[in-house]
Design a protein around this ligand. Structure first.
Ligand code: FAD
Length: 420
């Protein structure tokens, strides 16, 4: 260990993103009695990620507007924000508490520890993937890299038909770029949404001029003599020219700190409904954490990567660190995605639904999909139908359902009147 060691009687939060910030804020709101240190590996104070693939990419939102709080806020709340500092290791004491070590050799002791390290974009393992114009979309720096290149870009290949790939494709198309989106499986949003929604987006993006290729693998990225990517080679040998390639194929989580802590890991750091890891005194929240969500049909712990999850789970983690066991994580998940003029709002978890009701005509680009399981309403996906979404968000926590499914399909019947 190099450098000095600072004694600390409080909470250290590793990862200064949406979850880490919320945890710090809630600790202070709850009157946490020790120091609160929020440590982030990025050079920036906590900022919002959702606009990165939306308004920020088109330049419609400034850097300042991305920031979640002002520098004064941290001072006023007594939150010690340390940016540009990667936590390289954690050294738990056998008797409780411990210390974290930073990349620059500093060591900070903790009484309570929170892991909010999020996730990073998965890289694609094919030849040419490390070319400088093969980009991912996770951080402000990633978005800045793409923005800096945009003026010289005519053709873009997006690899991956999940939300980030689709949002990026929509933005780039709206800027007049030629966009080819390549998805390995035979539908869009396969991991996170119902087939109807995937079909809708396929039609909607094609209508807007995105060349979507489903069931198409990629085998290599061709580079020129300068090392820049120039084309994406598909599994069938076709070569698609590209001035820039965007890879949006999901995220990976780093098990490093969990391993050092001896915390259970199952694709993410495993937590319970109190956001507790399996190590006493250590909580985790947000994209880095997985848990057995009672709303999910799977027995495996999972994570809905979203702002809602990061914020709500962080609040629970803060309550736990303050000794308040009455707070459990049982929020209904919700999510949004903006693609061109299409606003998707989702609430609940649709996985495991046995009946779906289409409310409105997808071709009109204003409709909702209602998901039911055993006659119980479990989730909604709304495109440009905020009224439906709001009615469903109110119904889900109280277990309200709809029995008249014909009425539910009729746009003339307000959804809020149908929930019983
Ligand atoms: P992160 O935001 O990833 O923050 C974790 C932070 O921890 C990072 O800054 C990381 O650098 C830092 N860190 C990691 N390891 C260490 C370490 N060892 N030491 C120090 N620091 C470390 N959600 C929605 O609900 N709606 C949307 O429309 C939407 N759009 C999105 C668009 C994009 C482009 C992206 C990337 C995400 C989007 N999301 C959206 C998801 C949402 O932003 C994330 O779920 C949320 O930011 C997760 O917050 P987090 O704090 O858990 O993780």
């Amino acid at each position: 260990m190099g450098g000095g060691s600072s004694m600390h009687g409080g909470a250290v939060i590793v990862g200064a993103g949406q979850a880490g910030l919320q945890l710090a804020v809630d600790l202070r709101q709850r009157g946490y009695d020790g120091e609160v240190t929020l440590i982030g590996g990025e050079a920036h104070a906590p900022y919002q990620r959702p606009p990165l693939s939306k308004k920020y990419l088109v330049g419609a939102l400034s850097r300042d507007a991305l920031m979640l709080r002002t520098p004064e806020f941290y001072r006023a709340k007594g939150i010690d924000l340390v940016t540009g500092a990667q936590v390289t290791s954690v050294l738990p004491d056998p008797g409780g508490g411990g210390s974290v070590e930073l990349g620059d050799g500093r060591s900070i002791a903790y009484r309570d520890l929170a892991v909010t390290t999020g996730a990073r974009a998965r890289r694609i393992a094919i030849p040419g993937a490390d070319a400088p114009n093969v980009l991912v979309m996770r951080s402000m720096d990633d978005a800045d890299q793409l923005r800096a290149r945009l003026a010289d870009v005519t053709q873009v290949v997006v690899i991956g038909g999940g939300f980030i790939g689709l949002e990026s494709a929509a933005v780039l198309r709206s800027l007049g770029k030629q966009v080819v989106l390549v998805e390995a499986v035979d539908r869009l949003l396969a991991r996170v949404a119902a087939p109807e929604l995937g079909r809708f987006y396929l039609d909607a993006h094609r209508r807007r001029g995105v060349d979507v290729r489903l069931g198409t693998g990629v085998s290599a990225i061709e580079t020129d003599e300068s090392g820049d990517a120039r084309a994406v080679v598909l599994a069938d040998g076709e070569s698609i020219p590209a001035d820039v390639v965007i890879v949006g194929i999901g995220v990976v989580r780093d098990p490093h700190l969990a391993e050092q802590l001896g915390a259970r890991w199952d694709g993410g750091i495993v937590v319970d409904q109190h956001a507790r890891t399996t190590v006493p005194g250590v909580v985790a929240a947000g994209d880095c954490a997985v848990w057995r969500n009672p709303l999910s049909p799977s027995d495996r712990p999972s994570c809905v990567e979203s702002v809602q999850n990061a914020v709500d789970q962080a609040k629970v983690a803060a309550a736990t660190l303050c000794g308040d066991e009455s707070v459990v994580y049982d929020s209904v998940p919700w999510f949004w995605s903006d693609q061109d003029d299409l606003k998707l709002q989702m609430a609940g978890l649709c996985q495991g639904s046995d009946r779906r009701v289409l409310r409105g005509d997808p071709d009109s680009e204003g409709f909702s999909i209602l998901h039911f399981k055993n006659d119980r309403f479990i989730a909604i996906d709304s495109i440009n139908r905020p009224v439906d979404f709001m009615a469903a968000r109110r119904a889900l926590p109280v277990g309200a359902t709809i029995t008249d499914l014909d009425a539910a399909a009729d746009l003339a019947r307000p959804l809020k009147e149908l929930f019983a």
